[in-house]
Ligand binder design. Sequence first.
Ligand SMILES: *Cc1c(COP(=O)(O)O)cnc(C)c1O
Length: 396
Amino acid sequence: MNIQSRKETKDAGSQTMLTHYGDESFYGAVVPPVFMNTLFSFESYEAFQRSQFQDEAFYYSRVSNPTPQIAEKKLAALEKGEAAKLFASGMAAISSTLLHCLRQGDHVVCSYPIYNGTYQLLQTLLIKFGITADYVDFRQLDQVRAAIKPNTKLLYCEGYSTFFMDVFDIPAVVEIAKQHKLLTIMDNTCATPATMRPIEWGIDIVIHSASKYLSGHSDVTAGVVISTQSWIDGLANNDAILLGASLAPLDAWLLTRGLKTFGVRMKQHAESGRQIAALLCKHPQVARVNLPLLREHEQYELAVSQFSDITGLFSFELHGGADAVRRLMNSLRLFQIGVSWGGFESLIYSPGLSIHPEQTTRTEWETRLERTIRMSIGLEDVEDLMDDLQRGLDEL
Ligand SMILES: *Cc1c(COP(=O)(O)O)cnc(C)c1O
């Protein structure tokens, strides 16, 4: 593409766009400043009055601030959406979106398994407002259709299911939603726009926890919602202001800094991830690697048709069950034990850790959770990560 100036980089390659697009020029500073101010003042009564009715005017930072706006422009362009709205966390983005879309008596069809915070939000908070949900494995399209009721308002899903990374046929689900005139919302935190852009597949609204790969340095908690300009305006100019979970300027600035290296980070996460997944596939202690973009995986064909690459996030299951998981997690030196993911540091977590240690029986599902380790492959030298993992597995 022919780029005449920095201002025309919106449709350039994504890393060119992230480097240049949306960074307003402030005295030629290559890094935009942080507008830490909570408010903006005006020279006259009339000037303030004008600010109330103009799109780009700033008057109070809970409503809007130039520093988050830079990140919002980049994130909307990255997801090929028209506009974005940042929130103080991924959960703030999810809860604000659902409260904005739903009213008393509405019903949601939600993919399952789903991020636990989203599940709890629907099950314990939204239910207090008369909003109900049913949970369906989106691999089973008949079950998705069967779960739709007259009061169903939207389909909510994640590109990869939580922990086991299963994928579903996105165009088929979008088609079902169209037939029933339902809104589609996808949490695209796991795949990231580096490997899949839901809007291009017909999804209406995309949500991210920007605390993961988008910021990438484990130092920002943030969330973002991306959709059409008119839909984002409806959210940002009304309910989001009232719910008040705006992202603070300094956090938005850190997110913009993280985005400058998003492309190279994602390439390295994927490259290291491929090597580690290959090691795991070969090891006799490993029963299964949950990564549909591996040729061995039963969902490979579907996965490659929808995702351009892996990320550094996947899970694997050990023949030795819960005890082997505990021993391996304790013996690894470079993989730290922690819940989040998507940062520069390699992390491991087992979903079995949510089962109370004094619980005496296990369902089949819980047994699977307990034999599973989720890894987030960081940016350390992959040879070191592989040595650590090989040693840990060999010692089991
Ligand atoms: C982490 C995460 C969230 C929640 O994001 P926070 O920034 O922690 O509030 C939502 N969805 C998915 C898939 C996540 O991994």
